[in-house]
Ligand binder design. Structure first.
Ligand code: ATP
Ligand code: MG
Length: 563
């Protein structure tokens, strides 16, 4: 993607921000936040939300907080807190000051709840969860008021204190806001503000056994932190009246955070909910949260994605008000655009067959020079040893080729990338199976770079490695995790996991040029003619592992006619 930041029309959120700056709202402060719940690893959808909230702050010289929305101790864990911090920084963003936690505000939220009770705007309900839900009714008909709705302030305060002091078991009582049981917005029908959960919290320990609900915690946390623009996904649109109602109870009028919703990122061939990703991990469909097939930020990173490519993708997708599904091929396109600029070119033969160059002296080695990256003039050159025996791809040879096959076949010539032109003189086969054991060729000594035949044209150039110098590397050929564009479309009686792609990982051992011997984890390479690859974090000096990030074929550019 080209960076068209200065010429691009504003998205609707930028328009709101600029209008607020024009009118001097909130003393011209721009302060956003990213509020992950630490109950899983961040995924590409979060990356989009991160780029948006941090991006707005950057663009308008404001601030962006990181706030862990840790109000549900049962599913939350420090493991997730740590990974979330790491992922945001890896993406290239820094939050303002220290990270915040909704749990830091438990005391204040409790005090505000007591104040609500005192004002007669909240009550303790002992109705069961099922009955609360039944009484709430349906949007087209008014709900039914709870029999506990009109308790006295004193009684409410008394029971709420007992709830806090751990005197009741889980699920027996809740604190509800007293709003409007006839509201067409179901969220306004006396929403639950607090529930009892005797659970250990990863930060507050056993101090609390009542925990605030999202709606009571979120806007209040925004207010405490001085957030001006609270950007979230569309499913919170229906919560907005409640967000505002909660703020009305506490805000002093001089400043107000504003919630603005945007469409979440959906990608085809991908599932994104943390619940499902957790299932893939727990049930062993993938090796972990950072499996290179996962749409998590750590998975994408291990796969070979770069922060730049993800940021460019977020920019390319833009901000919408309506749900939509983005093509995975667009993400891959943004990835290729960046990798093309930074990935060092190397030659690796995935499915090797030996070639004997009959007129090349036995034992002789020549060092060829190869360009590391034609897209980057500072990338320099590297040495490539050439000798009498080399490997090429089995697919690059046909004994009995069709008309349009220009690569190696008996009598035909090809150029070895960065090396000589060779001509095939025949092939040796296994008499029993007919498998090609070795191809025989001669080389033209005048065709090396710098000699008079260097520019002689032949119809194909193929990659190769010197057999004696090649190193064996493990290559993990990753493909899409799902075989179908919408994993939710399933045959009767099956679930979304039936759409997993059984061929999403194939492991091979390939022959690589010797320069790869010093490759380090996370380094990016282009295997010429094949694809982009990234050194896996589990690589060791004795066993190099490379993950296929993406093939070279750019379907998005092709379809969009931008290739
Ligand atoms: P999931 O639905 O995947 O489990 P979540 O919404 O529960 O995710 P949170 O940790 O609550 O995850 O999300 C933090 C922020 O990221 C929220 O503001 C949320 O709106 C945003 N977000 C989550 N998923 C997406 C997405 N697919 N696209 C854009 N933003 C997202
Ligand atoms: Mg959430």
């Amino acid at each position: 993607m080209e960076n068209t930041e200065n010429t691009k029309p504003l998205n609707f959120i930028e328009e709101i921000v600029e209008e607020d700056l024009r009118t001097g709202k909130n003393d011209n402060r721009i302060h956003t936040r990213f509020p992950p719940e630490p109950n899983g690893y961040l995924h590409i959808g979060h990356a989009k939300a991160i780029c948006l909230s941090f991006g707005i702050a950057q663009k308008y010289k404001g601030k962006c907080n990181l706030r862990f929305d840790d109000t549900n101790p049962v599913t939350e864990d420090v493991e997730y807190v740590d990974s979330i911090r790491e992922d945001i920084q890896w993406l290239g963003f820094n939050w303002e000051g220290e990270a915040h936690y909704a749990s830091d505000y438990f005391e204040q939220l409790f005090a505000w709840a007591v104040m609500l009770i005192r004002k007669g705007k909240a009550y303790v309900d002992e109705t069961s969860a099922e009955d609360i839900s039944a009484e709430r009714g349906v949007p087209t008909q008014p709900g039914k008021e709870s029999m506990y709705r009109n308790r006295s302030v004193e009684e409410n305060l008394d029971i709420f204190m007992q709830m806090k002091n751990g005197e009741f078991p889980d699920g027996t009582k809740v604190l509800r806001a007293k709003i409007d049981m006839t509201s067409p917005n179901m969220h306004m029908r006396d929403p639950v503000l607090y529930r009892i959960k005797h659970a250990h919290h990863h930060r507050t320990g056993d101090k609390w056994c009542i925990y605030p609900m999202y709606d009571w915690a979120h806007g209040q946390s925004d207010y405490i932190e001085g957030i001006t623009h609270s950007l979230c996904t569309l499913e919170f649109e229906v919560h907005r009246p409640l967000y505002d109602w909660c703020l009305d109870q506490i805000a002093d009028g001089s400043y107000r955070p504003r919630q603005i919703e945007f469409a979440r990122l959906n990608l085809n061939y991908t599932v994104m909910s943390k619940r499902r990703l957790l299932q893939l991990v727990n049930e062993g469909y993938v090796s972990g949260w950072d499996d290179p097939r996962m749409p998590t930020i750590c998975g994408l990173r291990r796969r070979g994605y770069t922060p730049e490519s993800l940021r460019n993708f977020a920019e390319a997708v833009g901000i919408a008000k309506r749900e939509n599904v983005i093509e995975l091929t667009l993400l891959e396109h943004c990835l290729r655009e960046h990798l093309n600029k930074i990935a060092r070119r190397v030659m690796v033969v995935s499915n090797p067959v030996k070639v004997l160059i009959e007129n090349y002296p036995d034992g002789k080695v020549e060092i060829m020079q190869a360009e590391n990256n034609p897209e980057d003039e500072n990338a320099g050159m590297r040495d490539l040893p050439f000798s009498r025996e080399i490997y090429i791809e089995r697919d690059d040879f046909m004994e009995d080729p069709p008309k349009k096959f220009f690569r190696l076949s008996p009598g035909n010539e090809v150029r070895l990338k960065n090396g000589y032109i060779i001509q095939c003189t025949g092939a040796d086969k296994d008499p029993a199976t007919g498998e090609i054991k070795q191809i025989r060729c001669t080389y033209d000594p005048t065709t090396r770079s710098g000699l008079e035949g260097a520019n002689r044209k032949v119809k194909a150039t193929i990659h190769w490695v010197s057999a004696h110098h090649a190193i064996d590397v493990e290559v993990r050929l990753y493909d899409r995790l799902f075989a179908t564009p919408d994993p939710d479309v399933v045959e009767e009686g099956k679930d979304w996991k039936s759409n997993l792609n059984p061929a999403s990982l194939t492991i091979i051992v390939a022959k690589a040029e010797p320069s790869l011997a010093t490759a380090k984890p996370e380094e990016k390479y282009q295997f010429q003619r094949t694809g982009y690859f990234c050194v896996d974090k589990d690589s060791t000096a004795s066993k190099l592992i490379l993950n296929r990030t993406v093939t070279l074929k750019d379907d998005w550019a092709k379809i969009a006619g931008r290739g």
